[in-house]
Ligand binder design. Structure first.
Ligand code: C5P
Length: 212
């Protein structure tokens, strides 16, 4: 049974190209975002997944848009945001990109001694600025210290309803893993601890909170 609720989810890393064969990225597997998409689809919610490059199958019944760079992810998210009742930014967006992409593969002896970077758009922040009161916006935060204080600051700065706080300093959790442990923090300072479990179980608990 399909509901009228539209959910927009971003997942995976972005790639910021240096030349046609080299890029800057991060180790995000996309598993958390894909688990959220699968769990939302199971609840009968209409899901659009905007995904960076990952080795995962798009869950059945989920509409997907594949992107590579942060700018492409930004374009897709901005275009889809207005229709989304709930938006979850689970992607690990690269904060920076090379100022220019070389048109051809750099030869060994051509390698520059440094790469000039420029800032990528903060997608979540700009969605927060556009958000209507009827929309729910959720961000992720991977912190290694001062978790709760930093997360609360992020909620206010980016106008979020919830933030999913990953403690990436805990072994065997987070990036690449099939498991996660998350603290959910709301703008009203409600705190819900989701103890270590598979990303799919964690994902359905997150959705239960958002759709309660
Ligand atoms: O500020 P920080 O990068 O830790 O925030 C993480 C959250 O912001 C995640 O939800 C991530 O998807 C989002 N983000 C973004 N655009 C960026 C960097 C992060 O939307 N350029």
């Amino acid at each position: 049974m399909k509901s009228d609720i539209q959910c927009l989810i971003s997942a995976g890393p972005t790639r910021e190209w240096i030349d046609p064969v080299r890029f800057i990225s991060n180790p995000s597997s996309g598993k958390m975002g894909y688990a959220l998409a699968q769990a939302a689809q199971k609840r009968g919610i209409e899901v659009t997944l905007v995904s960076g490059p990952v080795n995962l199958k798009v869950p059945d019944g989920v509409r997907s848009i594949m992107v590579e760079t942060a700018q492409e992810m930004n374009d897709a998210m901005q275009a889809l945001f207005e229709k989304a009742d709930v938006t979850i930014m689970a992607a690990a967006v690269c904060d920076h990109r090379p100022q220019s992409k070389h048109g051809h593969k750099l030869k060994k002896n051509q390698h520059p001694s440094y790469i000039k970077l420029e800032a990528n758009p903060d997608i979540l922040e700009s969605l927060g600025r556009r958000k209507k009161s009827s929309q729910i916006l959720v961000g992720f935060a991977a912190e290694t210290e001062n978790h709760l204080v930093n997360a609360m600051t992020k909620i206010h700065n980016k106008n979020l309803d919830w933030i999913a706080l990953n403690d990436v300093s805990r072994k065997g959790l987070g990036f690449q893993s099939d498991f996660n442990a998350i603290t959910m923090l709301s703008k009203d300072e409600e705190t819900v601890i989701l103890d270590r479990d598979t990303k799919l179980v964690i994902a359905s608990r997150i959705l239960k909170l958002l759709f309660k």
